[in-house]
Design a protein around this ligand. Structure first.
Ligand SMILES: Nc1ncnc2c1ncn2[C@@H]1O[C@H](COP(=O)(O)OP(=O)(O)OP(=O)(O)O)[C@@H](O)[C@H]1O
Ligand SMILES: O=C(O)[C@@H](O)C(=O)CO
Length: 421
C-alpha cells in the first residue's frame, strides 16, 4: 500500500476514493475502523471510512489513530486525513484535534489543511473558504444543524480547535510552484509545529500542493488535496502509469433510489426524479414514530413496482418540515428513526432482487451500507464530481452509488442509473 486515507464520513470517503481511482490508483474503501492491519485489503490506496465527523473529539481522535496505526501496519507510506470540503466542524473539533493527534503520532512538524474542491465549487483564497460564489459563512452551511459554519476564515476556525499553531500558505506562494510552497510550510514551522491552511482555487493549485508533499507523512484536506498524490508515487517509480479505466460491471437486477438527505441538492434531485416520472413513496417521520408507517408498508408498495425502471423512497423534506419533525421527536431521534426505516427498506429491497441502488446522504448511506452487511467497496466510474458507482465487495451483491447530500446535478438519480446500461 502506498497511501492510507482516514475519512471522517462514508460518502466523503467515497469521494476521495474516486479522486485517487481517477488518477490511476487501485483503491479499496473499507467501512468502519479496522480491527488491525491484517483486516485491510491489498491496494495502492486504502480509504478507511469512519463516522467521526460530529462525535466527541476524543472518540474521533481515538478512532483516527487506530485507523492510522492499521494503515501504517499494512504498509502505508503516507497518510491523508479527509474531511468535508465545507470544513464541517465546531470549535471543539474534530478537524483540529484529529490533525494534531496524527501529527504527533507520525512525528511531523508541519502539515497542510486545504478543503478546496474546485469541481464542486469549493475554493480557498487568503485562507477564506468559498462555496461557489459565496463565502462559507454566507452559504447554506451557516445553518447546518450539527456543524453551522459562520466563520469563513479557516486559519481562525482551525486555530480555535487546536493547540498547534495555524498559519497561511497564500495563493501567491502556491502559484510559484511546489518548491516555493514546500519552503513556505517549512518556514511556518520554523519556531513551532504548524498546520498551514493553503489557498487553492484551481486543480492546478491542488496538484502543486500535492507535489509539495511528496515523501511527507501527512496531509489533511478535502478530496481535492489527493489530486496530485498519485503522480508523486509515479515519479518515485512506485505506481504504474495511468491506464484506461477499469471495467465496471454492475450485477443485473432491479433498481431503487433511497434518499434520506434533506440538503438543497438532494431536494432538487428528488423533485427532478418525480417530475421525470419515477414512481415514489414519501416517508413521514411522524407516521413512522406513531407506528402508522412500517418498512412492510413501503415494501408492499415497492415490490410489485420493481424492475429496470427505478422506484424512489425518500424522507427528503424542506427545512420547515424537518424542523417540525425534529421539534416533535427530537433531532437525533427523528434522524435515527428515518435512518432505521431506510436501512430496513434497503434490506427488503435487496431481498426482492434490487442489485443497483442509489442512496442520498452520508448518514443515510452509513445506515444502508451497515444494514446490507457491506464492509468493503470497490470504486467504479464517476457519476458526477465526487460521486462514483461502487461495488460491494462483501455482504449484499449490489452496486451502490452513495451520494453526499450536497453533491450531484439535478438529474443525478436518473443519470446514475442510466450509466449502467
Ligand atoms: N424528513 C425528515 N425529518 C427529520 N429528519 C430527517 C428527515 N429526513 C431525513 N432525516 C435525517 O436527516 C439526516 C440527513 O443526513 P444525511 O447525512 O443522510 O444527509 P446530508 O446531511 O444531506 O448528507 P451529507 O452528510 O452527505 O452531507 C439523517 O439522519 C436522516 O435520517
Ligand atoms: O468533501 C465533501 O464535501 C464530501 O466528500 C463530504 O465529505 C460530504 O459529507
Amino acid at each position: 500500500m502506498l497511501l492510507g486515507v482516514i475519512a471522517d464520513d462514508l460518502t466523503g470517503a467515497t469521494d476521495v476514493a474516486l479522486m485517487l481511482a481517477r488518477e490511476g490508483m487501485r483503491v479499496v474503501q473499507t467501512v468502519g475502523v479496522p480491527a488491525g492491519s491484517e483486516s485491510l485489503p491489498e491496494a495502492d490506496a486504502v480509504v478507511v471510512s469512519m463516522k467521526s465527523r460530529t462525535n466527541p473529539a476524543a472518540e474521533a481522535v481515538e478512532w483516527s489513530l487506530a485507523a492510522c496505526d492499521a494503515l501504517l501496519g499494512a504498509g502505508a507510506r503516507q497518510i491523508l486525513f479527509k474531511y468535508c470540503s465545507t470544513f464541517d466542524s465546531t470549535d471543539e473539533g474534530n478537524i483540529g484535534p484529529v490533525a494534531e493527534a496524527l501529527m504527533e503520532r507520525l512525528g511531523v512538524r508541519w502539515t497542510v489543511a486545504c478543503p478546496a474542491f474546485p469541481a464542486n465549487g469549493r475554493s480557498v483564497y487568503q485562507g477564506h473558504l468559498f462555496v461557489g460564489a459565496q463565502l462559507l459563512s454566507d452559504s447554506p452551511m451557516k445553518d447546518h444543524p450539527l456543524t453551522p459554519m459562520r466563520d469563513s476564515n479557516l486559519v481562525r476556525v482551525l486555530q480555535r480547535q487546536t493547540q498547534v499553531k495555524v498559519g497561511l500558505v497564500p495563493f501567491a506562494t502556491v502559484e510559484q510552484g511546489a518548491a516555493a510552497t514546500r519552503r513556505a510550510f517549512e518556514a511556518l514551522a520554523a519556531d513551532a509545529p504548524c498546520i498551514g491552511v493553503a489557498d487553492a482555487i484551481t486543480d492546478g493549485h491542488l496538484r502543486i500542493l500535492g507535489e509539495a508533499f511528496a515523501g511527507e507523512k501527512l496531509l489533511t484536506g478535502g478530496s481535492g488535496i489527493a489530486l496530485g498524490l498519485p503522480d508523486n508515487f509515479r515519479r518515485a517509480g512506485l505506481l504504474e502509469p495511468k491506464g484506461p479505466p477499469r471495467p465496471f460491471h454492475a450485477p443485473a437486477g432491479k433498481t431503487a433510489i433511497l434518499a434520506g438527505s434533506c440538503s438543497a441538492a438532494t431536494r432538487g434531485q428528488v423533485a427532478h426524479a418525480i417530475h421525470a416520472g419515477v414512481e415514489s413513496f414519501a416517508l413521514d417521520p411522524l407516521a413512522i414514530a406513531e407506528g402508522r408507517l412500517t418498512p412492510d408498508h413501503v415494501l408492499n408498495w415497492a415490490t410489485p413496482r420493481l424492475g429496470a425502471r427505478p422506484i424512489l423512497v425518500y424522507s427528503t423534506a424542506e427545512p420547515e418540515s424537518v424542523r417540525s419533525a425534529q421539534d416533535k421527536l427530537g433531532r437525533d431521534a427523528a434522524g435515527a428513526l428515518v435512518e432505521r426505516m431506510l436501512a430496513e427498506v434497503a434490506q427488503g429491497l435487496v431481498s426482492a432482487g434490487v442489485t443497483r441502488m442509489v442512496v442520498a446522504g452520508g448518514e443515510t448511506s452509513g445506515a444502508v451500507v451497515g444494514a446490507l452487511g457491506v464492509s468493503m467497496l470497490e470504486i467504479g466510474p464517476e457519476i458526477d464530481p465526487g460521486v462514483p458507482w461502487t461495488l460491494a465487495a462483501d455482504g449484499a451483491h449490489i452496486a451502490l452509488a452513495l451520494k453526499s447530500g450536497n453533491f450531484g446535478g439535478p438529474d443525478f438519480f436518473t443519470k446514475a442509473l442510466a450509466m449502467l446500461d
